[in-house]
Design a protein around this ligand. Structure first.
Ligand code: G1P
Ligand code: ZN
Length: 545
């Protein structure tokens, strides 16, 4: 084999965040930047030696170039086989599934998820381990350590291979299979959900749907699943061709960014009865009804309450988990089902142990993410199918399903306010101040309710005993309202402060308020306590979801 060892100087900033290493494309394109990080991964992931690696990404700018580099480095680092998606495309859930299905030792996903792409956008790289889930913090910390002192990397001298056809190649001693990106994943979905029941919804014209792939990776998956296998209405898909820059958009499925979809669902004439969108790499989802938005935290609660109606979960669910900032709507359902609800730090990686240990079946985050034990990532299209299957069984609209859930369990009004690109030092000071005053806030009364608990959330993993500290300041009120403050771990510019609000209402007369109005008092309390506007020189939040 024609292996070269290339000398390279270490970079000091290759610390993976909430979900892998994410940086501007310009940062990734610095000499040897990608190579250094990939070599650091190979140095730590010794389990890849002589084994299978799954490789693919969300199609953003630099995806294909990065794949060519990684293939040559994998061959030089002793990987035996690589399965790579056609045209370099694989959604994050598809990678997770392929790792599990083919007993791969791991996978590399090239994505910056919902962050914008293109030459001036973001790029990212993430390693998933053999259970199909994101590598744990112990792994990413070790990779970061190596990256800080790395002096060389290994690469094989070889031409680029053609990723546009499903074909087999040899690179040195390693074989590469360019595989169909969609079929395995679509088959898995068909095993979990009742495709016949969903199909009949469209056949009888009982409903129409609109799925916005946001010019990101789910386009080909949506075509195969919604158009070919489920025979959805002919105009069901929008923005279904993956583009390197996502058409200049921000591939984040929320009301702020999926505007075309939201306009269709809110149209006064001919609005589809069901709407959904997914993000850059296909792991997030937004669910809409006609003139109706389903909060992701509510979506998790509704899925949990109704899971037994879905073939894949007909035997019931073991337990559930949600990240700290996710509303406690699912806790109420877990209580009534007498199952455990785990509260974890932000990020999907904390669900892995709970799923592997069979403690939970469903899990989710407020950030438009939900999933189950079928893989070890959140899964956008899976969530859409879950809702379609529910609609088919219950014969109710999205709005009816959600409203009857509130009637039964009460409603958690919920919103998240993001302050983006704040000066790092100011953001750190704001959080530090909250830590400092946390103890003294306990017992004080704001807006008529007493603070029952105020602390910086720390998580003890019940499976491996690891402790994760400083995960967010939470303020719990006696009336079951809550405010959570934390800094984002995925941003690439300055700091992003996220403030999460929730308010629990059971009075049946008050279940139909506007969310921001219902939470106004609590939002004012957060400002009084944290002094966000003065400390960060801001007049309002940049994004409200
Ligand atoms: C954000 C979300 C978090 C999600 C992550 C990866 O992380 O808040 O729930 O797991 O993206 O999709 P954050 O930027 O808040 O650290
Ligand atoms: Zn994503």
């Amino acid at each position: 084999m024609n292996i070269s060892t290339i000398s390279s100087a270490a970079y000091s900033d290759q610390k993976p965040g909430t979900s892998g290493l994410r940086k501007k494309v310009s940062v990734f394109k610095q000499p040897h930047y990608l190579e250094n990080f990939v070599q650091s991964v190979f140095n730590i992931a010794t389990e890849l030696q002589n084994q299978l690696l799954i490789l693919g990404g969300d199609g953003r700018y630099y995806n294909q170039q990065a794949i060519q580099i990684i293939l040559k480095m994998a061959a030089a680092n002793g990987v035996k086989r690589v399965m790579v998606g056609q045209n370099g495309l694989l959604s994050t859930p598809a990678v997770s599934h392929l790792i599990r299905k083919h007993n791969a030792a791991g996978g590399i996903i090239l994505s910056a998820s919902h962050n914008p792409g293109g030459v001036d956008g973001d790029f990212g790289i993430k390693f998933n381990i053999s259970n199909g889930g994101p590598a744990p913090t112990s792994f990413t910390d070790a990779v970061y350590d190596v990256s800080q002192t790395i002096t060389e990397y290994k690469i094989i001298n070889h031409d680029d291979i053609d990723l546009s056809h499903q074909q087999r190649y040899e690179i040195g001693d390693m074989s590469v299979e360019v595989i169909d990106s969609v079929t395995d994943y679509a088959d898995l979905m068909q095993q979990i959900f009742d495709f016949e029941a969903i199909k009949s919804l469209f056949r009888d014209n009982q409903m129409s749907m609109c799925f916005d792939a946001m010019h990101a990776v789910t386009g080909p998956y949506a075509k195969e699943i919604f158009e070919n296998r489920l025979s959805a209405n002919r105009d069901a898909l929008i923005n279904a061709t993956p583009l390197q820059d996502f058409g200049g958009g921000h591939p984040d499925p929320n009301l702020a960014h999926a505007q075309e979809l939201s306009a269709r669902l809110n149209a006064s004439n001919n609005a589809p009865s069901f709407g959904a969108a997914s993000d850059g790499d296909g792991d997030r989802n937004m669910i809409l009804g006609q003139h109706f938005f389903v909060n992701p935290s509510d979506s998790l609660a509704i899925m949990t309450a109704n899971a037994q109606l879905i073939p894949g979960y007909k035997n019931g669910i073991r337990g559930v988990a949600r990240s700290l900032p996710t509303s406690r709507a699912v806790d109420k359902v877990a209580q009534s089902l007498a199952i455990t609800c785990y509260e974890t730090p932000t990020g999907w990686k904390y669900f892995g142990n709970l799923l592997d240990d069979k403690r939970i079946t469903l899990c989710g985050e407020e950030s438009f993410g939900s999933g189950s034990d079928h893989i070890r990532e959140k899964d956008g299209i899976w969530a859409v199918l879950f809702w379609l299957n529910l609609i088919a069984v219950k014969k109710q609209s999205v709005e009816q399903i959600t409203r009857s859930h509130w009637q039964q369990f009460g409603r958690h009004y919920y919103t998240r306010h993001d302050y983006e690109a704040i000066d790092n030092e100011l953001a750190d000071q704001l959080i530090q101040n909250l830590r400092d005053i946390a103890g003294s806030l306990q017992g004080k009364t704001f807006a008529g309710s007493k603070i029952a608990l105020c602390d910086d959330f720390s998580y003890a993993d019940p499976v491996d005993g690891s402790i994760t500290k400083k995960q967010g300041i939470r303020i719990l009120f006696e009336n079951e309202s809550r405010i959570v403050f934390r800094l984002s771990g995925t941003g690439t510019e300055g700091a992003t402060l996220r403030v999460y609000f929730e308010n629990y209402i059971t009075d049946k007369e008050q279940l139909d308020q506007d969310t921001q109005t219902a939470l106004r008092e609590l939002i004012e309390v957060a400002e009084t306590i944290a002094e966000i506007k003065t400390r960060c020189n801001r007049t309002s939040a940049d994004v409200i979801t």
